[in-house]
Design a protein around this ligand. Structure first.
Ligand code: MRU
Length: 351
């Protein structure tokens, strides 16, 4: 049952000349902040999952652009450096569209700065302010997502989640976990089930950790138990985050999400997806066009240091899968709850 409540850890802390980043690879055992001072270090942190979760990597990349712009050089060279740094950071991971969204915002800010003919000091301040704004807006956005999502839940409901779409994946609250934090604030009891999420165990290491710290009633299960607990009637709703929603409502999220969605449909359980508008990519028409990151074999064969597969075995390790829109009961955004037809209703969000 619930534990003593603690303040959630902040995944990113901006220190002007440096970005302090909670090293999520070491959780839940060790709480260590990395101090990053260069764009290259930010690239490495994103690529190696020291920071992960779609909104968090967007925020980290925005600060990475600021860190990449600190050298004293003349105006045009400064602008070129911003664009080059943003393009470089965009190669750190391919699937979460929030990364490209945040970097596009930083590039657009640099263009505005150039048009205003400011001093380099003023230019740097404006660029830094844009990154801080991206960070701050995320918190308000997630709270709004949580408020909308909570209207779908009732006291004592069983709610299953996959991967980590919580405070650690964002600035605060998370997306899929935001209604769980708000439920705690409002005294609404939810029985939360966290899939462990093979192979990197974001569910076990991060979701179970942050919800337990917050005092939530959270139970950790292995991924292959989801069907069994649904059949037992323990799950009333599934809610997950996403790395990218295509224009037709197909959803990319952590590998295993598709299986959970199919199981939910088979058991007549609603399957909800929570995300900010910055995760919706109207330029990608369907899920099969979303680039899926393939990660290193060793995540599967020797995750966390112990070899669990024969040497030389062939491995397939996609980090994400696509859940077709027909499995998605609703997409919960900061602007409200969106239902099918997604093509039309998602587009309306941006009008
Ligand atoms: O590989 P990760 O840990 O970055 O994958 C994270 C997820 O799949 C999350 O569910 C998604 O980014 C949404 S985070 C609010």
């Amino acid at each position: 049952m619930s534990q003593k409540q603690q303040q959630p850890l902040q995944s990113l802390i901006w220190k002007q000349e440096a970005l302090d980043l909670l090293d999520q690879r070491l959780l839940p055992e060790d709480i260590v902040y990395l101090t990053l001072t260069t764009a290259t270090e930010v690239w490495d942190a994103i690529s190696s999952l020291a920071v992960r979760g779609a909104p968090a990597i967007g925020i980290a990349a925005a600060y990475g652009v600021v860190l990449g712009s600190t050298e004293q050089i003349e105006e045009q060279a400064w602008f070129n450096k911003i664009i080059d740094t943003a393009n470089y950071l965009a190669t750190s991971r391919p699937t979460a569209v929030n990364l490209f969204w945040a970097l596009d915002r930083m590039k657009a800010c640099a263009v505005r700065i150039m048009e205003q003919k400011l001093s380099l000091i003023e230019a740097k301040q404006l660029l830094e302010q844009e990154a801080i704004l991206i960070h701050q807006e995320d918190e308000a956005t997630n709270r709004a997502i949580g408020e909308h999502a909570l209207t779908l839940f009732e006291n004592d409901m069983g709610v299953l989640t996959h991967c980590n779409a919580g405070a650690l994946a964002t600035s605060k609250y998370g997306t899929a976990l935001a209604p769980m934090y708000l439920a705690l604030e409002e005294g609404i009891h939810l029985r939360i089930y966290a899939d462990e999420t093979r192979p990197v165990l974001q569910g076990a290491r991060l979701t179970a950790f942050e919800l337990q710290q917050a005092g939530a009633d959270v139970t950790l299960i292995c991924d292959n138990m989801a069907g069994m607990i649904m059949a037992k009637g323990l799950v009333d709703a599934v809610i997950v985050g996403t790395d990218r929603v295509a224009a037709n409502g197909d959803v990319a999220n952590k590998i295993g999400t598709y299986s959970v969605a199919v199981l939910a449909k088979a058991h007549n359980i609603p399957f909800y997806v929570a995300c900010p508008l910055s995760t919706i990519d109207l330029d990608t028409p369907t899920g099969d066009k979303i680039p899926i990151e393939l990660r290193n074999d060793n995540e599967v064969t020797e995750g966390f240091g112990k070899r669990t597969a024969p040497q030389g075995i062939k491995v397939y390790n996609p980090a994400f899968d696509i859940t077709p829109n027909e499995y998605v009961t609703a997409i919960i955004t900061e602007k409200g709850i969106i239902r099918a037809p997604y093509e039309q209703n998602l587009r309306q969000l941006f009008e």
